[in-house]
Design a protein around this ligand. Structure first.
Ligand code: PEP
Length: 254
């Protein structure tokens, strides 16, 4: 059965002290209040990873991920962070291709495919983000855009490797805007992504791959989204910055 994963992407927010406080609250609340099967991931800035890894070590409901990684193994790449470094700080996951990185840092599919390879080589699971802009949706190009992002970023992987990947569908028009895709819109795309995986690999493999939704997920809309057949969790931005809202989203997953 595929994993259900709720990941909290803090982006460039929280001092170390604030972050440690937030994680302690989340960890305590999940221990006491959550009996479901989803895994919650904390995805803080790089600089907090090591400390947070120690803080969550005794809570099996919590895992750790990074927001980005280098496509290079090591060397003269000032300011970059390698997958081996992430692994040594306790990460199991790394976000690759978030729309903010695609847009502000010009990360394109071929580049992201290299990052996916680097992550897998270090035994980190990539959370590979894809999603259309508002203009692309209005021009009815969203299926085409998603197919390109997924095939160019992931379809060089073999049948074993692809099963280590988590896909996050994040319509760019819904990220940080308060505008969520309707459950029907999200489910339509998730089913489409699963059909791409089924055609490329096999229907059985497609069924094993976790596909998260991201874009203004909140306690108020999480349960409805998670009830959809192909939505296996969420990549959460704004609502992950407060313990109560993040834990409520986790609790919305049975
Ligand atoms: C995100 O950063 O991936 C995201 C989905 O943000 P928000 O939940 O704030 O829309």
């Amino acid at each position: 059965m595929r994993k259900k994963i709720i990941a909290g992407n803090w982006k460039m927010n929280k001092s170390l002290e604030e972050g440690m406080g937030l994680v302690s609250e989340i960890s305590n609340m999940l221990k006491d209040e959550y009996k479901g099967s989803a895994q919650a991931l904390i995805i803080p800035p790089f600089i907090h990873l090591n400390a947070i890894s120690k803080l969550i070590a005794d809570n099996p409901k919590l895992g750790l991920g990074a927001q980005n990684c280098s496509n290079h193994k090591s060397g003269a790449y000032t300011g970059e962070v390698s997958v081996d470094m992430l692994k040594s700080c306790g990460c199991s996951y790394v976000i690759i291709g978030h729309s903010e990185r695609r847009e502000y840092f010009n990360e394109h599919n071929a580049w992201l495919a290299q990052k996916v390879d680097a992550a897998l080589a270090a035994n980190l699971s990539p959370i590979y983000c894809c999603g259309e802009t508002l203009t692309e949706r209005e021009e009815n190009k969203h299926f085409e855009v998603l197919e390109k992002q997924i095939s160019e970023g992931l379809f060089h992987l073999d049948k074993i490797q692809i099963q280590q990947v988590v896909i996050a569908y994040e319509p760019v028009w819904a990220i940080g805007t308060g505008k969520t895709a309707s459950t029907a819109q999200a489910q339509e795309i998730h089913a489409f992504i699963r059909s791409l995986l089924a055609n490329k690999y096999s229907p059985e493999i497609a069924q094993e791959i976790t596909i998260q939704y991201g874009g203004s997920v909140k306690p108020e809309n999480a349960a409805e989204l998670f009830a959809a057949a192909d939505i296996d969790g969420a990549l959460v931005g704004g609502a992950a910055l407060q313990s109560r809202s993040f834990v409520e989203i986790v609790k919305a997953m049975a």
